[in-house]
Design a protein around this ligand. Structure first.
Ligand code: HEC
Length: 194
C-alpha cells in the first residue's frame, strides 16, 4: 500500500509539468497564415491612411487624423474579425499602446534579435498561451522607415508645428529620436480560440 502511494506520487510529480504543456495545442498552419495576413493587412491600411493624409495636405494634418484613425482602426479591425489587433511599443506615444506582460517578453526577444542583426522582414512570433482562456498570440516587428522620421525622428527632423501638436495630444510621448532601421515596436494580435 505504501509503495503504491509512493508510485502514485512519483507519477504525479513526473507527469504534472508535462501534462500541463500537453494541454496547450500546437499552432496550425491555417492559424499562422490567418494571423500573418491580418497583421500585414492592418499595417497596410494604417500606412495607407498615413500616406493619403500626407499627400492630401500636410504632415501636420496627418498627425491629428492619424492619431484618431489609428485607435479607431485598432478597435474596428478587432471587432470585424473577432480578434484584437494593435501596435505596441516600449517607447509608446499613446498610453494605450504600452505592451502587456506577454508583449513585453516578445518585444524583448525581437530587440535582442535586432541587436544581433538577426531580425528581418520575415521575423514573427506565434504561440498559443493560456490565461483564463486559450489565446492565439501573434506578433510581428515594426521597423522605422524614412517617412516615419517626420513624426518619430530626432530634434530637427520633426517640425516645430508637429512637435507642438504631438506634445498637446500626447504629453507623455516617448516615440521620438528614432533612426531608419530602428525597431519601433510590433503589431500584436490576440485571438481567443477556446
Ligand atoms: C504624421 C505623423 C506620423 C508619421 C509620419 C508616423 N507616425 Fe507613427 N504615430 C503617430 C501618432 C500620432 C501616433 C499615436 C497614434 C495613436 O494614438 O494610437 C503614432 C503611433 C505609432 C505606433 C504605435 C505605438 C505608439 O508609440 O503609440 C507605432 C508602432 C508607429 N507609430 C510606427 C510608425 C512607423 C513605423 C511610421 C513610418 C512608416 C510612422 N509611425 C509614421 C504619428 C506618425
Amino acid at each position: 500500500m505504501k509503495s503504491l502511494f509512493l508510485f502514485v506520487l512519483v507519477v504525479i510529480a513526473v507527469c504534472l509539468p508535462g501534462c500541463k504543456e500537453n494541454r496547450i495545442p500546437n499552432v496550425s498552419e491555417p492559424q499562422l497564415l490567418e494571423m500573418r495576413s491580418t497583421a500585414i493587412e492592418f499595417m497596410k491600411e494604417l500606412k495607407g491612411i498615413l500616406i493619403k493624409e500626407i499627400q492630401k495636405g500636410s504632415v501636420l494634418n496627418a498627425v491629428s487624423i492619424c492619431s484618431d484613425t489609428a485607435q479607431m482602426l485598432t478597435n474596428n479591425f478587432g471587432l470585424q474579425k473577432g480578434i484584437f489587433v494593435k501596435r505596441v511599443s516600449f517607447n509608446n506615444r499613446n498610453s494605450n499602446n504600452f505592451p502587456d506582460e506577454y508583449e513585453k517578453k516578445i518585444l524583448n526577444r525581437f530587440s535582442a534579435m535586432h541587436n544581433d542583426g538577426k531580425l528581418d522582414q520575415t521575423t514573427e512570433s506565434i504561440e498559443i498561451v493560456e490565461g483564463g482562456a486559450m489565446y492565439l498570440r501573434y506578433m510581428k516587428p515594426i521597423l522605422i522607415q524614412a517617412e516615419c522620421l517626420n513624426c518619430h525622428g530626432s530634434g530637427t527632423q520633426i517640425s516645430p508645428e508637429i512637435k507642438k501638436l504631438i506634445s498637446e495630444k500626447y504629453p507623455n510621448d516617448k516615440a521620438i529620436n528614432y533612426k531608419v532601421g530602428d525597431l519601433r515596436g510590433a503589431v500584436s494580435i490576440k485571438k481567443v480560440i477556446e
